[in-house]
Write a protein that binds this ligand. Structure first.
Ligand code: PLP
Length: 341
């Protein structure tokens, strides 16, 4: 990133400075493409996952949308705003898309089906191979938001066979403000940002070279070590309800609620101890909003209000989990007494 910041050129300029910036940009494109088993020309850099999802949904050449009920708001709201008919595929109590219900929604005009790789609240992995199989049988395009998956589980465009793949740098330790949409070869997409020929005319605007270089620097991150740590953490949660526990999940995500304790109480108590956890779908909001993901899984609103999410990442170590467990034991003793009183 520092090398990119030191370059003065614009990657679209043809002078030497511009060519140096272009070389760094294309090197980054190659690295990000390789991280997901794709070819460089398929990668369109964006300002992040939100923009990539909006581009995929609004720009796809389809007549309607089918989305899973647990998609990120940047997919759900882009589909609603597209003005095209929208159908929502339900999920099971384990937080996984209901394939039979999805299949019933597929016959009809050309559709874009958006099913995420892994859910950002529960970590539940979605059965993408099955989703793609069903969609192919009905001629639908498939969009997959893999923002939460990259760096945590293998993400390979060829293996999953989707048409559009959303990525974001900051979920794997990269800078905020960089992401990508990987677009299957030959798929025509309507740009949402116009007024420049950058990114093969898919996304106008001078690329954020330093952030993109940062994305490339982390594209190969692998945080598989966190599964053992997450599992140890969860052994301490015996009086809590762990959501999507019955699903295959990301290695570093746990979403749980302790009956009778609000998410705000837990979040503030952890924060005072220097531990950052999230409540509900706190991705973009400063305030706690009810989770559409837990609602779709049939979790009672009372229980959903207590849900907090703990995310482990590339830099999480055993000592962090020891500390979490010590704090959790202390809080549980305190909150338990308060509830009894
Ligand atoms: N998709 C998912 C599943 C996410 O979790 C997030 C952010 O948390 C996004 C999309 C948005 O990505 P960005 O923050 O890069 O806009």
């Amino acid at each position: 990133m520092l090398a990119a910041l030191a370059l003065t050129g614009n990657a679209s300029s043809i002078h030497a400075e511009g060519r140096a910036a272009r070389a760094l940009l294309e090197e980054a494109r190659d690295t990000v493409a390789k991280a997901v088993g794709a070819l460089a020309p398929l990668v369109t850099f964006t300002s992040g996952g939100t923009e990539a999802n909006n581009l995929a949904v609004a720009g796809a050449p389809v007549a309607r949308h089918v989305v899973s009920a647990i998609e990120h708001p940047s997919v759900l709201e882009a589909a609603r705003a597209s003005g095209r008919p929208l159908a929502v595929a339900p999920v099971t109590a384990a937080g996984v898309i209901d394939l039979e219900a999805l299949e019933r929604l597929l016959p009809g005009p050309p559709a874009l089906v958006s099913v995420m790789f892994a859910n950002n609240e529960t970590g539940a992995l979605q059965p993408l191979r099955d989703v793609v199989g069903l969609c192919r049988a009905h001629g639908a395009l498939v969009h997959c938001d893999a923002v939460q998956a990259l760096g945590k589980v293998p993400v390979n465009l060829g293996l999953i066979g989707v048409d559009l793949l959303t990525l974001s740098a900051h979920k794997l330790g990269g800078p905020q403000g960089a992401g990508a949409l990987v677009v299957r070869d030959g798929l025509a997409l309507t740009p949402q940002l116009r007024g420049g020929g950058q990114e093969r005319r898919r996304r106008a605007g001078t690329e954020n070279l330093a952030a993109i270089a940062g994305f490339a620097a982390v594209a190969d991150t692998k945080s598989t070590h966190v599964k053992a740590l997450r599992d140890r953490l969860e052994t301490e949660l015996e009086d809590a309800m762990i959501f999507a526990r019955d699903a295959a999940r990301l290695p570093g995500t746990t979403c749980f609620a302790r009956p009778g304790t609000s998410a705000e109480t837990l979040l503030m108590a952890f924060d005072l101890e220097g531990i950052a956890v999230s409540s509900g779908s706190a991705c973009s909001s400063g305030k706690v909003q009810p989770s559409h993901v837990l609602a779709a899984m049939g979790v009672e609103p009372e229980q959903a209000r207590g849900a907090i999410r703990v995310s482990l990442g590339w830099n999480t170590e055993a000592a962090d989990i020891d500390r979490f467990i010590a704090v959790w034991r202390k809080l549980r003793a305190r909150l338990g007494k308060r509830a009894a009183a």
